[in-house]
Design a protein around this ligand. Sequence first.
Ligand code: ADP
Ligand code: MG
Length: 240
Amino acid sequence: MINVEHLSKTFGKQEVLHDISTTIESGEVVAVIGPSGSGKSTFLRCLNLLEVPTSGRITINGADITDKKTDITKVRQGIGMVFQHFHLFPHMTVIENLAFAPVKVKGLTAEEARSKGKVLLERVGLRDKADAYPSKLSGGQKQRVAIARSLAMDPDIMLFDEPTSALDPEMVKEVLAVIRDLASTGMTMLIVTHEMNFAREAADTIYFLDGGRLVEKAEPERFFTRPQHERAARFLEKVL
Ligand code: ADP
Ligand code: MG
């Protein structure tokens, strides 16, 4: 579903991603881990061209997104992205947040978009918050709304960049539960996370990035018990 070939990204003189090649299958759940500054966010952002690769090729569902002729707006519509900070529209209610893009971009009627939004709110456990404004929600609730809002566009791929890092500890679980539930539906997902237990349980594959390199790519069980690379072992010693 996602094919990355020799992806490199430089900012000025700094090479932030170095020659990354990998393939992500449909339905695969990838947890991207690594030290701060290792290029995790940049890697994710390259996958929907929020950052433009300096070199290399990325194809998504067969479309080469690094080819200027590709309609990137269309490709992006199939990719949901959830950030550490929720970026909800503050002046809209929860249900308005969910209905906005489907009406604007997908051409749903307001009625269709609202009823679809309600189904998604149910799914993330927030049916009773449809008419609330974001400012009235906890961080965990905001993040669940942000996830539901992404899902309202019917993405094939979901990208999560540290979705729980800005949350108080007691709210981390409820958000991870929603993401885990989504993983079990066969959604293709990449999740940058520092939640090692979650990565171990929910992911099919662990990507360990260090210094812009995809140093190790492994099944969780093997990665967490027998990391192959010294840098990965050192990282795990610190975080586990
Ligand atoms: P991570 O998400 O693993 O913490 P990032 O992908 O955010 O790492 O950043 C990797 C490196 O790239 C860091 O050294 C960061 O300072 C640099 N970087 C990220 N975005 C930019 C940018 N827009 N301009 C310049 N440097 C950047
Ligand atoms: Mg980051």
